[in-house]
Every structure is written in structure tokens, then in C-alpha cells.
Design a protein. Sequence first.
Length: 187
Amino acid sequence: MDVADGTYHLGPQSGRLLVRTSRTGLGAKAGHDLVIEVTRWDGEAVVDAGDPAASSLTVQAEAGSLEVREGTGGVKPLTDSDRREIEKNIREKVLHTGEHPTIAFRSTRFDGAPESFRVEGDLTMVGVTRPVTLDCRFADGRVQGTATITQSRWGIKPYSAFFGALKLSDDVEVRFDVGLAAEPSTS
């Protein structure tokens, strides 16, 4: 099945945008690997199958809308209190959402075929813009993909606790699974 040319509006109503973290350090057993969902985001995909280079993608996410959905590993299960504390740390100590309320992606290049394609673009977080590549595939009306974000490239110091014995890995994985509506809107 091919995707039809047109403009597709994206957001939580059409799919999920997740961040996966892992832990490192001497105290790694005490922490959790996390699945965090971006709950408020929107985007626009402009598809031109005849000229993929003319396609584009923009996504904006509210940096304060990240919610912990799952925590695996650790000495004890993740509690609701733990989730609230992690979300507060993400807002205040990692993403500084008071100063930088939005995370944005704007594509600069598409390459490949629907079964397997790459989207290159610029990601802006905490006021810093760096290039990033999304590895994607289109199947059954859905676009799925991943990107690895090395936090330090954006000036983000990975979260740590217990005097650095427990640390979040510098690399986090962003995953998305988004449905494209059968009737795209045309602009």
C-alpha cells in the first residue's frame, strides 16, 4: 500500500511519540530504564511520492508534557511518587521547560523508499539546534521509526543521582508510530 500525496496532520490522536532511557554507573541496579511518552505534540507531514525530496516533516512537542509510562529494572518497582519526581526532574533539571517550552524537528532531506527511508533534519531542544536522522518505514498506513539522541550534543547533562553512582545514559532512543489518515488534507 502506498501513501497518497498530500498534507497529513499528526499528533497524539494519530500515534505515539516515546522516549526510552537506560541507566549506567555503579548504582545502575537501583534505577529504572524508562519509557516516557510525549503527550502533547503536533506535526505536519507533506508527502510527494513522485518527488520524495519535496516531502517535508515538522513536529513540535511541549517539553513539559513528558510522562513516565513504564519503568523496568531497579531494586524495587517504580511508584507513582517516583514517576512524579522523575517528571519534575525532566522539566526542571534536564529540559528546563520554563525557559525552553518547545522541542521542534524540521526535516531537511528525505531519502529511500516507503519500506525503508531516512529523514534528516534539525532538532531544537533547550535552545540548541543540531542535526538528527530518523530511520523510518511505512507499512499498513503507519510510519514507524527511531532516532538516537545523544543528550550532551544539545548541552544536556544526563541526569544522575547518588553522587553520580546512578546515571542516565547519554544516548536516549526516540520511537514513533504514527498513522496517516486515509484522506489526507491538501494545502
